[in-house]
Design a protein around this ligand. Structure first.
Ligand code: PEP
Ligand code: MN
Length: 361
């Protein structure tokens, strides 16, 4: 897939002076709920109303969506509010129904993007239509699989495309429901600057209190839009209750978010600079996290050495590590002097930690 300018055209047709905002409940529950939330989102920054009709649930027995009836409710919401409507499709019959009810934007969920068969089935069912299709990242951090989904649609003549970054599952515990791994959308953006990129902070966070900071990072990284789950009674939502916010909170959050409008050359320069600086911040944060992990492994080694009464400093092993790192560093354009200085500092910090363990009672 080449970087096709036409991919961004649909977004430009919106003529927004702010990021594209897609909001609405995780799931359509009742006609009344769908209409109420849509009316509360009318006359805000929201342009697209979302609601899941078919819900891919991790475990069976959970609420799996109201099904096709929800499309009627969405259509009514569109008629009454003028908002465009969006829903998730996961097979050809979903696509057929969504087309019948003239859903404006269809998205492919994270659990579907992982399967080339499903994405192909959806792409074939959409061939010949001019729908906007957004591809969520696969649950696992695999950029090729994500791009592969976009390519399958592009080859089926779907040209109004975009991607949604909703974070990635990890086994490790973290403050996120789905780890953002910002380096993936950053790389995607560097490779395809004209592919509209939308952040879904709701599924990244899994909780309300960090939605704002995730959304701000996304805007600082020059994302084109946000998809935020919104419900009039979040605590009693039938799915994803912990992460949904009320329309009122969404409006407040949007007011707090700093968005950058590109109006002239100076602003364009600042915008690019800010995006790059945020990329550096994300990378630095990752560096610290990695160093922290390295120290906890060093501490474990300290514990073992203490049991065996072995000296902390193992010169032979240390020289081997250094030699390897200098070679690897060279391949990445890092000078020998820098690699030496950096690893000496890291090594010293490890020794300090290990000595603390060994000297503890
Ligand atoms: C959703 O948007 O409600 C959803 C199910 O998202 P994801 O595919 O990102 O889990
Ligand atoms: Mn959800």
């Amino acid at each position: 897939m080449k970087n096709k300018k036409e991919m961004k055209n649909w977004l430009e047709e919106f003529k927004l002076n702010h990021p594209l905002v897609i909001a609405g409940p995780c799931s359509a529950e009742t006609e009344e709920q769908v209409l109420k939330i849509a009316h509360d989102l009318k006359d805000t920054d929201v342009s697209v109303y979302r609601a899941g009709i078919w819900k891919p649930r991790t475990r069976p027995g959970m609420f799996e969506g109201v099904g096709a009836i929800g499309l009627k409710w969405l259509q009514k919401a569109k008629k009454e509010t003028g908002l465009l409507i969006a829903t998730e499709v996961a097979n050809a019959s979903h696509v057929k129904l969504a087309l019948e009810y003239d859903v404006d934007i269809l998205w492919i969920g994270a659990r579907s993007t992982v399967s080339p068969f499903i994405v192909q089935e959806i792409a074939d069912a959409l061939n010949g239509t001019d729908k906007i299709v957004l591809v969520k990242n696969p649950v696992n951090p695999d950029l090729s699989l994500w791009l592969g989904g976009v390519e399958r649609l592009y080859s089926a003549n779907i040209k109004k495309l975009g991607v949604i970054h909703r974070g990635f599952s990890t086994y490790e515990k973290s403050k996120y429901r789905n780890n953002p791994e910002w380096q993936l959308p950053i790389e995607l953006q560097n490779r395809f600057p004209d592919l509209p990129l939308i952040c879904d902070p709701s599924h990244i966070a899994g909780r309300r209190d960090i939605l704002q900071e995730i959304s701000q990072t996304a805007l600082d990284l020059n994302f084109d839009g946000l998809m935020i789950e919104t419900h009039t009674d979040p605590d009693n939502a039938w799915s994803d209750a912990a992460q949904q916010i009320t329309p009122k909170t969404l409006v407040e959050m949007m007011q707090e978010l700093k968005t950058r409008k590109v109006t002239n050359k100076e602003a364009d320069y600042n915008n690019k600079l800010n995006t790059l600086r945020t990329q550096i911040d994300v990378i630095d944060h990752g560096l610290l996290e990695t160093l922290g992990k390295r120290m906890s492994v060093a501490i474990k080694i300290g514990g073992l050495k203490k049991q065996k009464n072995v000296a902390v400093l193992q010169t032979k092993r240390w020289n081997e590590i250094l030699g390897k790192m200098i070679l690897e560093g060279e391949q990445k354009g890092l000078s020998e002097e820098f690699v030496l200085r950096m690893f000496k500092a890291i090594h010293q910090e490890s020794i300090n930690h290990q000595e603390k363990v060994i000297n503890s009672k």
